[in-house]
Design a protein. Structure first.
Length: 295
């Protein structure tokens, strides 16, 4: 099942070229900034399928006539996985993995949806695209064993972990507003099957930059959930960005970024430098010691 959030906080199921608007038949509340998919999860209303008798009386609308939103516009947590593909590890010349680095958090306010734009914060510091598979947690999870980890998954989505290449901690470099596009929907795990056998591709304009199978993940999805849940309680609607493969590169004003994950979907967003400022103009810059080095 593909769950979409569209227009003014409506929750839908995708059926071919139509969306079945299940907001009212499921009694889902709009959910404010966290959205109706989050409120459906918290009301234990998911999973639901088109075979559910309540769907037969739900209104339908052509998918081309709605505005798709981020399925989870304000997740409780966005957990990131550093250096989690073997080829990206070589590219970064970084001998460590999650085993040494742990996971990191991105601000939940960095999430945008399929019709939004990535805004570059600095006019003179490189910002990169990182195409990733996102895992959406469906049930509260704490200290979950690897072999049971997928029981706690609602489904999957496409995600971009946009990153400034500068010296700050990851949580800063990856938490600018608009730096976590998610969508265009969440696909239920049963429809996706093995998350360790999905082809992931990412284009910037017509250039194919990233092309990998998730079998190349260092911490695969179950191990990543197991590890993250050993640190923090995972809650329904939390998002785990599973890491990016080789091929990260700079994005500039006017670019179009596409991330496509097999059996999950295709997310496309634009890039704008509107409002970008010089790096040296950031608050507190006068306290910086020595020249900045780019990592
Ligand atoms: Mn990443």
């Amino acid at each position: 099942m593909r769950y979409v959030v569209f227009d003014d906080n409506r929750l839908g199921l995708v059926d071919g070229q139509e969306i079945v608007d299940v907001t009212d038949v499921l009694g889902v509340t709009a959910g404010g900034v966290r959205g109706p998919l989050q409120s459906a999860l918290e009301a234990d209303a998911l999973p639901v399928t088109l075979a559910d008798p309540r769907c037969s009386s739900a209104p339908r609308v052509p998918i081309g006539e709605v505005t798709l939103r981020a399925p989870l516009p304000r997740p409780g947590k966005v957990i990131g996985a550093p250096v989690n593909y073997f080829a990206h590890q070589e590219e970064m010349e970084w001998p460590t993995t999650i085993a040494q680095l742990g996971v990191f958090l991105k601000a939940s306010t960095s999430v945008i949806g399929p019709t939004d734009q990535v805004l570059l914060p600095y006019s003179d510091v490189r910002t990169d695209q990182e195409g990733e598979l996102a895992v959406v947690i469906g049930r509260r999870a704490r200290d979950v064993r690897r072999e049971h980890a997928l029981d706690y998954v609602l489904g999957y989505s496409c995600l971009l972990d946009i990153t400034v290449r500068s010296t700050e901690d990851r949580s800063t470099r990856k938490s600018f507003d608009t730096f976590t596009p998610i969508g265009p929907w969440v696909v239920g795990k049963d429809e996706v099957g093995d998350p360790g056998n999905l082809q992931l591709r990412c284009w910037v304009n017509d250039e194919l930059r990233q092309d990998v199978c998730t079998s190349d993940l260092i911490f695969d999805v179950p191990l990543l959930i197991s590890y993250a849940s050993s640190v923090m309680t995972l809650e329904p609607g939390d998002v785990i960005a599973t890491g990016t493969p080789a091929g990260v590169g700079p994005i500039v004003d006017g670019d179009r970024i596409v991330v496509d994950v097999e059996r999950v979907g295709r997310l496309e967003v634009g890039v704008s430098a509107d409002g970008a400022c010089p790096y040296a103009s950031r608050p507190g810059m006068h306290l910086a010691e020595g020249p900045a080095t780019v990592s």
